[in-house]
Design a protein around this ligand. Structure first.
Ligand code: XMP
Length: 181
């Protein structure tokens, strides 16, 4: 499906995959597990924008208020395809030295984004680096990379909604929808 100028965005695209209610329940469970892991320890959340915007908000409201939050706008996708390159990693200097970091992303697909972000944070001296993704695509990773917490396993379809987009559209859909026939 392509987004045309003037197309009515009230009509949900594709087919429903994961409802808003299922997302709510799962995010609550993930937050519970993450809170137990970090109990009593300070940590920094690095959220990858824009795709993880709703996931981040729903997750952090259930995590200790002492967690620091940073949002990094990184991108590797053009339309439905990974470009193989990651743009937008910030200079970290020494501020991550000795810290615990939780990277939050919307989806683990080829593994390129998460692997580069995790390596960047480790290189900056973080001592404990974990990753939480809402979705994990059932595809062969181009780069070996795993997340410590996964919301849902999905197939190889292209998905939108709950922050995920097609060229900027459909992020605000409350559930996840598949655009693959
Ligand atoms: P990689 O391939 O680097 O993918 O693991 C991570 C980033 O690519 C975007 N992505 C998607 N975005 N629907 C989307 O809206 C998808 O099906 C999809 N697959 C990958 C996303 O930005 C993610 O952070």
């Amino acid at each position: 499906m392509t987004v045309r100028q003037g197309q009515d965005c009230m009509e949900p695209p594709g087919k429903a995959l994961i409802s808003a209610a299922r997302i709510r329940t799962r995010v609550k469970q993930l937050a519970g597990e993450i809170a137990v892991y970090y109990r009593g320890q300070s940590f920094t959340i690095v959220a990858l924008m824009n795709g993880s915007v709703f996931f981040l908000v729903d997750l952090v409201r259930r995590l200790p208020a002492t967690a620091r939050i940073e949002c990094w706008t990184v991108s590797s996708y053009a339309g439905r395809k990974s470009t193989g390159k990651l743009k937008g990693l910030p200079q970290l200097g020494v501020r991550f030295k000795g810290t615990r970091v939780l990277v939050v992303d919307d989806i683990l697909d080829t593994g390129l984004t998460l692997s580069k972000v995790l390596a960047h944070v480790r290189q900056a001296g973080a001592v404990d680096v974990k990753a939480c993704v809402l979705l994990r695509k059932g595809v062969a990773r181009e780069v070996s990379c795993e997340a410590d917490w996964v919301g849902f396993e999905i197939g190889s379809e292209f998905v939108v909604g709950y922050g995920l987009d097609l060229d900027g559209a459909y992020r605000a859909l409350p559930g996840i929808r598949s655009l693959t026939d």
